[in-house]
Design a protein around this ligand. Structure first.
Ligand code: ADP
Ligand code: MG
Length: 328
């Protein structure tokens, strides 16, 4: 049997060493391993259907991506849905409203290009367009960060300030974006209230576990109190094997508990973690992975204000086709 201390040398893997300071937090981008993906799934992209989704509702659609609980996939959803919308041809501004723990820039691989934030705009140190970071892959996608990483919510920065930012985006000379996505911080305190204030609709991200669901339920109440009635749910990190083994709630159970319409269900997929660490959102991978396709489909439904039906995975699992996972 191999001695344990030999294993790392025999199986070298990129590793992150915690507590090495800010430099250690740069995404891992080894060009040698930056191949599209190594998923066993070769899934055809929706874009191959050669149709642009029909934009429904008034623009800009101001959508907050929220959850209550942290770590359930809000930022992952914002990055992947946002870039999918851009790929469909819509103009998108994604606002990272997670002030203290901002990381949307990292997921998008744009962290080195954020020179100014909303705080500098409000202080009069730069113009709004200087704080907007345009993605080089999809130039109709822009990122806007509220403040520098690890800073606190600036004094006096609240819902009204974010409404001002959204109004300024609408009034830009090049025209209002089609979508403004707001990546909400975890919790239900001041940062959450600020993030939801300008939104007309919400995407509630949850995982199929009771802690996440309890927080989601609380957040639904708060969104409704704020006048946001259009709330759709995204169930993330779904594991059909665990659902079949009755170790995880099914998406149908989640839907019955929260009573929301379903925008998408995203499987647990190691590719999501790989893409997070590389700053290369999953939906850009070709061919797309299962989770990438699920994000793309959710974005499609968001555009058309459509929803999907949850699938009873426990029922006749062998008869279902691959695409029935998505309710198609
Ligand atoms: P939040 O913004 O809600 O705090 P994140 O989007 O930052 O959550 O995601 C937290 C972690 O979970 C990240 O490391 C991300 O890669 C991982 N993750 C998110 N969704 C999935 C998924 N479907 N499969 C596997 N890992 C996921
Ligand atoms: Mg986040």
């Amino acid at each position: 049997m191999l001695a344990l201390h030999l294993l790392p040398a025999l199986n070298p893997k990129p590793s992150f060493t915690p507590n090495r300071g800010a430099a250690a937090l740069k995404p891992f981008r080894n060009p040698k391993t930056l191949k599209p993906n190594s998923s066993p799934f070769t899934v055809r992209s929706l874009l191959q259907y050669n149709r642009k989704p029909q934009l429904s509702g008034d623009t800009p659609r101001v959508v907050v991506i929220t959850s209550g609980k942290g770590g359930v996939g809000k930022t992952t959803t914002t990055a992947n849905v946002g870039l999918s919308l851009a790929r469909f041809g819509f103009s998108v501004v994604a606002i990272d409203a997670d002030v203290g723990l901002r990381n949307l820039d990292l997921l998008l691989g744009l962290e080195n290009r954020v020179n100014y934030t909303v705080v500098e705009v409000l202080n009069g140190d730069c113009r709004l367009d200087q704080a907007l970071v345009r993605d080089k892959r999809w130039s109709n996608f822009e990122l806007l960060c509220i403040s520098k990483p690890r800073s606190k919510l600036p004094m006096g920065f609240g819902g009204k300030a974010l409404v001002w930012v959204v109004d300024a985006l609408k009034a830009r000379p090049e025209g209002s974006p089609d979508f403004i996505l707001i990546d909400c911080p975890a919790g239900i305190d001041a940062g959450f209230i600020t993030a939801i204030t300008p939104a007309n609709e919400a995407v509630l991200v949850t995982t199929p576990d009771i802690t996440s669901l309890r927080d989601a339920d609380r957040v639904i109440g708060l969104l409704e109190c704020d006048g946001i009635r259009d709330i759709k749910m995204m169930v993330n990190r779904v594991r059909t094997d665990m659902i079949k083994g009755e170790d995880m709630m099914s998406v149908l159970d989640v839907q019955e508990m929260l009573g929301l319409s379903l925008l998408g269900m995203i499987p647990e997929d190691t590719e999501v973690i790989r893409s997070t660490n590389r700053g290369y959102p999953l939906v850009l991978n070709r061919p797309p992975t299962l989770a990438g396709l699920a994000f793309e489909q959710a974005a499609w439904r968001l555009v058309e204000q459509d929803t999907m039906k949850a699938v009873m995975v426990e029922e006749e699992p062998k008869k279902r086709s691959f695409f029935s996972f998505f309710g198609g």
